[in-house]
Design a protein. Structure first.
Length: 288
């Protein structure tokens, strides 16, 4: 005699700065459709929504409000002294924990958001991805204080100082793995809802910096698409790509766009619901 096992569903939220708030729109759709989430994986800005899901919260609107509250003012405090050290290291001394922004405000916001919660306290398994500053290795964070792990994975290079965990200086997980689908596969997910963010390309280039930005964005987009294609091809798990289309570039301080970002996250997820349901039904029919 055999019994059917419900497939394990993972939600993976990639790096994307403020655009990551669109994951709350995706969450609204999944909740409305009664589609379960069994684990969450995230890096960079996606860490906040992943935490909201892992704690068992069901009110996506409240999650958006908390995200916005934590984001407000995060990029306002410039560390001018450290800039001088970076430009003139012999004169002012260079601090390896360099960041253009002071991190006091972001640390307070994260502390208010997660408190002393540990990974072991969460209702769902959660995994963050960070990057070792020295070795460049991907580092998976799945235990200990959530605050430390979240602070590490959001450490945007040159913007926020790296964060030390167990003697390793860690920075933004986007540097080593901007869409950590492989972590969900390693943890046994059968179906992976992968929310990724392509960079907007400019119709014209008017400066050298504009050219550098365009080339960087093209490279990021090709990497993201290659990741989707690879994981879909190897068939270790079913990977559903959810890529919201925001229609324009979204800056780190464009908080007025948050309702639009959430809406686009919901729309992108709704387009995948019929296929997601077919996958769930197909997997549920497989005997174990």
């Amino acid at each position: 005699m055999s019994t059917a096992r419900r497939p394990k569903v993972a939600m993976v939220i990639g790096s994307g700065g403020l655009r990551c708030v669109s994951a709350y729109g995706a969450l609204q759709v999944l909740q409305r459709e009664n589609i379960p989430i069994d684990m969450v994986v995230a890096c960079s800005g996606g860490a906040m929504c992943a935490y909201w899901i892992a704690t068992g919260h069901v009110d996506a609107a409240e999650g958006v409000a908390r995200f916005e509250q934590g984001w407000l003012g995060t990029f306002d405090n410039v560390a001018y002294g450290k800039i001088l050290g970076a430009l003139f290291p012999r004169l002012f001394g260079f601090d390896p924990k360099f960041g253009l922004m002071k991190d006091e405000s972001v640390n307070r916001a994260l502390a208010d958001y997660v408190g002393e919660t540990r990974f072991e306290d969460l209702k769902l398994p959660m995994h963050y991805v960070a990057t070792d500053v020295i070795s460049g290795d991907k580092v998976i964070l799945s235990k200990g204080r959530v605050f430390d792990a979240m602070r590490a994975t959001i450490s945007i290079p040159l913007v926020f100082p790296p964060w030390e965990i167990d003697g390793r200086m860690l920075m933004d997980g986007a540097v080593s793995n901007p869409l950590p689908v492989d972590v969900a596969i390693r943890e046994g997910a059968d179906i992976i809802i992968a929310i990724g963010f392509e960079e907007e390309l400019q119709p014209g280039i008017a400066s050298g910096l504009g050219l550098v930005k365009q080339v960087t964005n093209v490279a990021i987009n090709h990497l993201l698409r290659a990741q989707y294609a690879f994981y879909s091809m190897v068939h270790h798990a079913e990977v559903i790509a959810v890529i919201p289309d925001f229609g324009a570039e979204v800056g780190l301080k464009d908080m007025h766009l948050i309702p639009h970002l959430v809406e686009q996250g919901a729309l992108a997820t709704e387009r995948e619901v019929p296929y997601l349901r077919r996958l769930l039904q197909a997997h549920a029919g497989v005997a174990t």
